[in-house]
Design a protein around this ligand. Structure first.
Ligand code: C5P
Length: 235
């Protein structure tokens, strides 16, 4: 059962400029997918790109992974909510007070965005974690940070499909799992190391699957999206 209704596909709009991003989005429908705007596009285009995408009826995930002192993060979250984003994220490593401040900052708005925690970056290997003072395994660290996110009232976490099943069993259906590293059958892995198919991710418990290049670099993005929708329809 998916507690979070509507399209499960979040297309990562990893474009350097707003024009090609908006041209690409012109082919898509809000009923098929949601959109993710990250550092590159946001740094280049600012709030205008969010307003345009929201204006076209899309749910927008603002992927800026806020991590700062509680009051600064709270104000950034409130500013994002004013832009009308549907989802935003913060680093769980920011700690309890930052997480609670972020959640509280969103509570006053009329349409509250989903607040999602980033646990351990999938680019971090054991050696990278040790170097920044984290001696537990990546898996143990994800579990610890997901627990903190849940305790602080966040709506869910970003996680790999490999982590999704165990997080789902611990936190239940109300905890939102957002999963990147997805590759539809037959598409190139690119720089993603551990990839799973859309169906496998959903079966592992992902509520939303983040997919970039297999859709944005396809000659027929709508066909790829429809194929994924069909693939996961009966999961
Ligand atoms: O093109 P691709 O499908 O690999 O894009 C995946 C998107 O998800 C990118 O925007 C990337 O930054 C993001 N992401 C990821 N792995 C994570 C967290 C975010 O690939 N662990």
């Amino acid at each position: 059962m998916n507690t979070f209704p509507g399209p499960r596909i979040i297309v990562a709009l990893d474009y350097p400029d707003p024009e090609p991003a908006l041209t690409f989005v012109g082919q898509l429908k809000p009923s098929q997918c949601r959109l993710k705007v990250g550092f590159e596009l946001y740094t280049r285009s600012g709030p205008a790109i969010i307003e345009k995408l929201v204006g076209r009826g899309f749910d927008v995930f603002l992927d800026l992974k806020f991590h700062d002192i509680p009051s600064t993060v709270a104000k950034a979250c409130a500013a994002a909510a004013k832009l009308g984003v549907w989802m935003l994220n913060v680093h769980v490593l920011g700690g309890r007070r930052m997480l609670v401040s972020a959640r509280e900052a969103l509570e006053s708005g009329t349409k509250r965005p989903l607040l999602i925690g980033v646990t351990v970056l999938t680019s971090h290997e054991a050696g990278d974690l040790a170097e920044i003072g984290i001696t537990s395994s990546a898996e143990a660290q994800v579990t610890k940070l997901a627990a903190l996110a849940s305790k602080c009232g966040l709506d869910g976490v970003v996680c790999s499909a490999q982590e999704a099943a165990s997080l789902r069993s611990i936190y239940g259906d109300q905890f939102c799992l957002v999963t990147p590293g997805i590759r539809p059958l037959g598409s190139a892995r690119g720089d993603q190391e551990r990839v799973v198919t859309p169906l496998a991710a959903v079966q592992q418990g992902a509520n939303y699957i983040v997919i970039g290049r297999p859709i944005t670099q396809s000659p027929d993005p709508v066909m790829v999206i429809n194929r994924i929708i069909n693939e996961i329809a009966h999961s």
